[in-house]
Design a binder for this molecule. Structure first.
Ligand code: GRF
Length: 182
């Protein structure tokens, strides 16, 4: 599930992960071009095209289920999903968050890590539960913060760490090497 550039999707594909389908909540984004070029079935399912949030989520869930996905990986997906949607994929839906959770849930994590004077930052792959950015942590990758870092330079290094870590997390889950959340 994506919302934008799809740099994580590209890394996942380059790592040889068998991606069955890609859904984006925004049309015309780079991630959809990447998926299309890889011959993967895609759907742009925009919230504004639906009367209510439930109908929007049902459309995304229906597309994912019809594609026969075993695992749902959010990769730069920037909307909050309801408990009902998450329960539909309970135990097989993961997210990648650009901070060392539980620090810096939510947005603008790089600027916040710098403002907090942190010495290190990074990214976290975690199982998704209804509470935002709260699910059991699967793996983290750390990035040293440098004195000259800006939110942009820090984000670039965190993104590189994401591209290294997330595809491997997904491969490990699919190979049964990661404990499922109870
Ligand atoms: C990245 O910063 C990632 O940490 C977050 O979404 C952003 C964009 O990801 N999850 P992508 O380039 O669209 O994969």
């Amino acid at each position: 599930m994506i919302s934008g550039k799809g740099s994580n999707l590209a890394a996942i594909l380059e790592a040889g992960v068998p991606v069955k389908a890609v859904v984006s909540n925004r049309s015309g984004v780079g991630g959809l071009d990447i998926a299309r070029a890889a011959g993967i079935q895609i759907a742009a399912i925009e919230r504004k095209a639906f009367a209510g949030r439930t109908e929007w989520e049902d459309a995304m869930a229906g597309f994912i289920e019809a594609a026969g996905c075993n695992l749902v990986a959010l990769a730069g997906f920037m909307r909050i999903l309801s408990g009902a949607f998450i329960d539909r994929f309970k135990g097989r839906i993961v997210n990648l968050h650009p901070s060392l959770l539980p620090d810096f849930k939510g947005l603008d994590t790089h600027a916040r890590a710098l403002a907090a004077g942190k010495k290190e930052h990074g990214c976290t792959a975690h199982w998704i539960i209804p509470e935002l950015d709260e699910g059991p942590i699967i793996r983290q990758a750390k990035v040293k913060i440098r004195p000259e870092d800006t939110p942009q330079t820090l984000q670039e290094r965190v993104l590189a760490a994401e591209h290294m870590m997330y595809p491997q997390v997904i491969k490990d889950i699919l190979a049964g090497r990661v404990d499922l959340p109870e």
